[in-house]
Design a protein around this ligand. Structure first.
Ligand SMILES: [Zn+2]
Length: 260
């Protein structure tokens, strides 16, 4: 994913050092070995970055940190970045783009919502989006895409056109699962063979305006919401899911490729 002026704006091979004054740029698809891309800024001005690895069509898009209090999801995404940075673990022909911290303001405050009290995972323009009262822990915002972080995610999906999306969250212990939306059952099953979590078509409660509803059910992009157990040691979550993520990257990404 090479962007305009990338030589000036992108750090090759470095993770974690912020660059002041960087300006978001549109994506310009091209195969690269590694690139870090500034997608935009949170409500409070924190950068939201993407890390791209590998060559090949059919990119996989991985998100962590939609909910700022689910810190293990950011940890797992960052460990995945470190893994891909350090070796050629990706299968040939696979490319992966990782956004490790979608909600950096919430992460900083250890809150589920962003800085304006909106649950970003209820702020997507799915047909079932609905307004809720500010203060509600799952407040969906004043309108779909009212929040810049959700807009950044939507723009990335639109420009990258991923063939699979994995969104990492956490959930109360014993409810951890590989939850899929749209044609993502096959990938969820592959992940289950490695992490031991059940495969679920529904998380068990309504999620109006959720990312999975919008991307998976409505856009029909295979989408797996990986729900880590909470509380759980973040390093244990990585140990349990490293193989699951690598298994997701290897093999058919879409149920429709299997004739299901
Ligand atoms: Zn969550």
């Amino acid at each position: 994913m090479v962007r305009k002026s990338s030589l000036l704006l992108v750090t090759i091979g470095g993770v974690g050092c912020l660059q002041e004054g960087r300006a978001p740029q549109p994506w310009k698809p091209a195969p690269v070995a590694f690139e870090r891309t500034l997608l935009g800024y949170s409500v409070q001005g924190r950068p939201i970055d993407a890390y791209s690895y590998g060559w090949g069509a059919d990119p996989v898009l991985v998100f962590g940190g939609f909910h700022g209090n689910e810190k293990a999801s950011v940890h797992v995404a960052e460990k995945l970045i470190a893994l891909l940075q350090g070796n050629s673990a990706l299968p040939a022909g696979r490319s992966v783009v990782i956004v490790p911290n979608v909600n950096p303001d919430g992460y900083e405050r250890n809150s589920r919502q962003n800085a304006r009290g909106v649950d970003l995972n209820r702020n997507f323009p799915a047909a079932n989006w609905k307004a809720s009262e500010p203060g509600n822990s799952s407040h969906g915002g004043s309108a779909p895409l009212s929040e810049p972080e959700a807009q950044i995610v939507l723009d990335l999906v639109g420009e990258l056109k991923p063939s699979l999306i994995i969104s990492i969250h956490s959930i109360s212990r014993n409810r951890q699962c590989n939850n899929f939306d749209g044609p993502g059952r096959a990938v969820a099953r592959r992940m289950a063979t490695r992490n031991g979590y059940p495969v679920k078509a529904s998380i068990g409660y309504a999620t109006p305006g959720s990312f999975g509803t919008w991307a998976g059910k409505e856009l029909q992009i295979p989408t797996v919401t990986l729900e880590l157990p909470r509380p759980a040691d973040a390093n244990q979550c990585w140990a349990d899911n490293r193989g699951a993520l690598m298994a997701a990257f290897q093999g058919p990404l879409d149920d429709r490729a299997l004739g299901k």
